[in-house]
Design a binder for this molecule. Structure first.
Ligand code: 2YC
Length: 276
């Protein structure tokens, strides 16, 4: 997992409403609708859960420590979805105790390895990588519309990419996967509906729909892309070069945390999902 830096999220709290409008314009769905679609939950069911939960975000100092603004931005995304949320004054174990003392029912916390949402009432965990993979797949589906006729190329079969593949399989999408590490694509060799692409440069121009879920930067150059490419690019760093991003940005969904956190919350509220 690539660790965010404070500058990756600085100022985005104030941009949330504008980002929501951008998502609506590109995908036909709001941030909350993307999260609910991904989690298999009716939006009404999420809103009905608001009075049942107070959410706590707990800063964690382990490893490389606190990322300035991280907890506050996570809190602002959760608030944007309509939930009562606070960030604990205390960190780590004291923060956990404070959250429970203040009646929180769902806890968000991240160290350098995992970013999870814990639902203390249903005793379930939702994970940022899994939520990001399905959230960005749902957003691409909103933008792309015809997944059945046109295959989706998933670049990177790590925790985010493999969650995206599982979600796309659930949609009966046509899927191709590319990863430098053959061990990551081996599980898909026995799946007829999944094509394994061994060479990214050769594969890219063939695909209109792309999910870039690698920790690499600058692996996708403008001239490598299908002219009508639609891309879901979760997290930081972005696989596209700045020039490619600038040229395609009206057909790209990209953010460092928003869709992943919103989908974590929807999954935390209804982990097994109630199909809409
Ligand atoms: O401020 C804090 O509580 C820190 N312990 C947070 C560390 C988050 C580390 N993880 C990441 O930067 C990435 C994010 C995209 C979310 C998942 N991994």
């Amino acid at each position: 997992m690539t660790r965010l830096k404070a500058e990756d999220i600085a100022g985005l709290e104030q941009e949330l409403a504008a980002y929501d409008r951008e998502l609506r314009q590109k995908t036909g769905l709001t941030l909350r609708q993307i999260a609910c679609t991904a989690a298999g939950l009716r939006e009404r069911a999420l809103l009905e859960a608001v009075p049942a939960y107070t959410v706590a975000v707990i800063p964690v100092t382990s490893g490389l420590g606190i990322i300035s603004g991280f907890a506050r931005f996570v809190q602002s995304i959760i608030k944007h979805l309509g939930f009562n949320v606070f960030t604990t004054v205390e960190t780590d174990v004291a923060g956990l105790a404070e959250a429970v003392a203040k009646q929180a029912g769902i806890l968000f916390l991240a160290d350098d390895y995992r970013f999870i949402a814990l639902n203390l009432v249903t005793r379930t965990v939702s994970d940022n990588a899994q939520a990001t993979g399905i959230g960005f797949s749902a957003a691409l589906h909103g933008m792309a519309k015809d997944f059945h006729a046109t295959p989706v190329l998933v670049i990177g079969a790590g925790p985010v990419g493999s969650a995206a593949i599982a979600y796309l399989r659930g949609l009966q999408a046509r899927i191709a996967v590319c990863d430098l590490d053959q061990a990551k694509t081996r599980p898909y060799e026995s799946m007829p509906e999944i094509k394994i692409e061994r060479n990214l440069a050769e594969a890219l121009p063939k695909y209109k729909y792309i999910i870039e879920a690698t920790p690499q930067a600058n692996i996708i150059h403008h001239e490598m892309l299908h002219p009508e490419a639609l891309l879901a690019v979760p997290g930081i760093p972005m696989g596209l070069t700045p020039a490619a991003y600038a040229l395609h940005q009206d057909r790209i969904i990209h953010d460092p945390l928003q869709i992943g956190v919103a989908t974590m919350l929807a999954l935390a509220v209804h982990p097994n999902g109630k199909r809409s």
